[in-house]
Write a protein of this length. Sequence first.
Length: 256
Amino acid sequence: MKLTKLAALAALFCATASVHDAIVSTGDVSPDPATSTSSTSLTVGNTTAGSVTVNGGSVLNSSSTTFGNNLGATGTGTVTGSGSTWNDSSFYLGYDGTGSLTVASGAIVNADAYLGFDTGSTGSAAVTGPGSTWNASVYVGFDGNGTVQVNNGAAMVSSYAYIGEDAGSSGAVTIAGPGSSWTGMSGGLYVGDSGNGTLHVLNGAAVTSDSAYIGGSSGGIGGATVDGAGSSWSGISGGLYVGYYAAGALTISHGG
């Protein structure tokens, strides 16, 4: 009887999760990320809920990954632990559904991203902890809603970034805490391009960009806040434009 129960539990586990070198997938995930290569397109949460976790120093390679593909679907990605890495060309965090990404405990993700791709979709990302790094040029709220949080000494590195890209979109980025940073952006940082965008640099965090547009294009609404001792936004050699072709506001407070 005990052997029968153990066999049943093992079968149930195999039916719901795939494990390979600490790459774990559960639910609605296709194809199996354990067999993924740099030419594989993954879908995490096509019509229902799915998740992929990369830990234990494992490396996952893929060509593009969609999290939360269809309306009502939910896709979750987690990369955690020193040495754990996910390499991809493009993440869609919330294509028509809901998608989320967490990079934690010294992990690294190399993947550009759209957060909230279509109207009504929602995408979010959190990068947390010393050594945790997300190398990504991003659209935070492309046609939908997107949020990014970088905290507790984590880092994000981008060639360019748009927060609230198209009309009707909404995007928010928060960089918070000593050692937390968002750097690069030689192609510019746009806060509220044609949508609604906000940037918060808080409690000793640092942002650098070659240029910045707060309220970039017609119809956009942009707002940025640099708040708290040691908080900084620097390197803006190409110019800082507040209300470029749209409504924009910049607040510097409490020693920022």
